[in-house]
Ligand binder design. Sequence first.
Ligand code: FUB
Length: 324
Amino acid sequence: MKTPKYLVPNDYMADPAVHVFNGRLYIYPSHDWESGIEENDNGDHFDMKDYHVFSTDDIENGEITDHGVVLEVKNIPWAGRQLWDCDVACKDGKYYLYFPLKDKNDIFRIGVAISDKPEGPFIPQENPIKGSYSIDPAIFDDGDGNYYMYFGGLWGGQLQRYRNNKALECAALPEGDELALPSKIVKLSGDMLEFAEEPRDILVLDENGNRLKAGDTERRFFEASWVHKYNGKYYFSYSTGDSHLLCYAIGDNPYGPFTYQGTILTPVVGWTTHHAIAEFKGKWYLFHHDCVPSGGRTWLRSLKVVELEYDENGKIKTIEGGGQ
Ligand code: FUB
């Protein structure tokens, strides 16, 4: 599959998280809609209210099943607004959906909802995860009984409001030669409902072993963490936000440090870029979104998939996003 393909042509879906459960591929996207809220740097126009789940047994030519609404803001006890990028993990036959949502004080927290099936529906817990903040949870199952959450996002994602996992009096976004704000990683508890430790920084280093600077906007982390393993190495990938790239870094363990490698996807049509990388039936795929079908309306994004290839050294071959 060399040509990208839209997966849900009749609705606006974005921010895919993708996993293979029981031999079937499941897609967990955000659900965009026309809320009428004006676009701003705080992301208020992304006012999503529910999630759908999609699945298929043939991503190239098969039917994509829409399992319908699986969780809604109105059923989450602690909800304020804005259901952003979610992810799902499976442990001992149960499925855990992790989602960022603003609470009643307009602060992003991360919640969990549980199901017996990968396609949901998911029942939310009474409260968000203790100590959680910011957005874009991505869950990595290391296959040894340990599950890790990667999270964080700048600007509307509120990561600049925290240091050392504590809220600041005032948000502080580093600039220029200051160190870039890192994304976070935290191991999940055995019951998957809490953090098992204090979240730690994910360090992305340049080719000389130095941490990336805030002004290095084409390489530094902005949002949309994802982790996958290839040939025994850990690939940490993310969006650079205001420079609109998906890029990646490689490390030897889930905590890093990770060394920057390059661009996975050049800018798409739209502002945000967000992805998941998954292997299915012997091929690797990049799931992402763009705003071509909505005519460039940045808050109405459409899900896409394209094959992802590595070279003989394990480097990901850059894919053209089709934007500027
Ligand atoms: O969909 C809302 C936000 O836009 C996501 O949480 C970010 O990653 C960006 O795609």
